[in-house]
Write a protein that binds this ligand. Structure first.
Ligand code: AP5
Ligand code: MG
Length: 215
């Protein structure tokens, strides 16, 4: 199963991708998490990416495509993957299509988490993140349930950066919906409700698309 979990900032991509990783035992490939790992490690890529991310802008396409090319060469993605945060621009989507084509693979489904802007802003304002594994938790959570680390707020969760992230999403990433709709891949899922409810909706959408693919 090769999946893309798609949606605006704060729509729950990371949360739902993690549940799909557990359900299907496929790796969760999140470019935001990879970049934050580079920032935390102080690598040259991290040093370059940090101010771009903190401002809510996008890291250049060539860098991101290189990251994904390397990531897909790792053996764990052979059995499938759930991608989160990539592609985010039309050039990234085109590059990924040709990369997957060379590997003899394609997306099975693109799950679009549809959430209104006011709810995105509300979620991101209080969102807590684990500094070790980058997983996110609802407002008010203090410790990471996995490793016990004190949770922190992401540098790009300031009101200014959130506003910019949503603007950049609308300009550069929203056009991907039509790109994947033309390929007949998009399942739209209402992204408001409990995390569990949405997981069930996603599974139903994937089940239905598997039935369509079989028939
Ligand atoms: P990235 O890390 O991908 O951030 P994002 O797209 O802005 O999305 P978020 O991670 O903020 O939100 P999410 O949709 O994962 O929601 P979450 O599950 O956390 O990218 C960050 C930056 O990296 C980019 O801005 C860019 O600079 C750079 N970058 C990354 N990829 C790139 C690329 N391909 N090209 C160029 N640059 C790139 O949920 C949010 C909150 O809501 C959490 O607190 C969660 O607990 C809570 N929540 C989840 N579900 C629910 C629910 N159903 N009800 C209530 N609360 C919920
Ligand atoms: Mg995320």
């Amino acid at each position: 199963m090769n999946l893309l979990i798609y949606g605006p900032p704060g729509s729950g991509k990371g949360t739902q991708a993690e549940l799909l990783h557990q359900s299907f035992d496929i790796p969760h490939i999140a470019t935001g998490d990879i970049l934050r790992g580079e920032v935390a490690a102080g690598t040259p890529l991290g040093l370059k990416a940090r101010p771009i991310m903190a401002a809510g802008s996008y890291v250049p396409d060539d860098i991101m495509i290189g990251i994904i090319r390397n990531r897909l060469q790792q053996g764990d993605s052979q059995k499938g993957f759930v991608m989160d945060g990539f592609p985010r621009t039309i050039p990234q989507a085109e590059a990924l299509d040709s990369l997957l084509d060379k590997l003899g693979r394609r997306f099975d489904r693109v799950v679009y988490l549809n959430v209104e802007t006011h709810e995105l802003v509300r979620r991101l304002a209080g969102r807590m993140t684990c500094p070790i594994d980058q997983k996110t938790y609802p407002p008010g959570t203090e410790k990471c349930p996995v490793d016990g680390a004190s949770l922190i707020q992401r540098e790009d969760d300031t009101p200014e950066a959130v506003k910019k992230r949503i603007e950049v999403y609308l300009e550069k990433t929203l056009p991907l919906l039509d790109y994947y709709r033309r390929q007949g891949l998009v399942s739209e899922v209402e992204g408001v409700g409990t995390i569990d409810e949405i997981h069930k909706r996603v599974q139903t959408a994937l089940g239905q698309s598997a039935d369509v693919a079989k028939s």
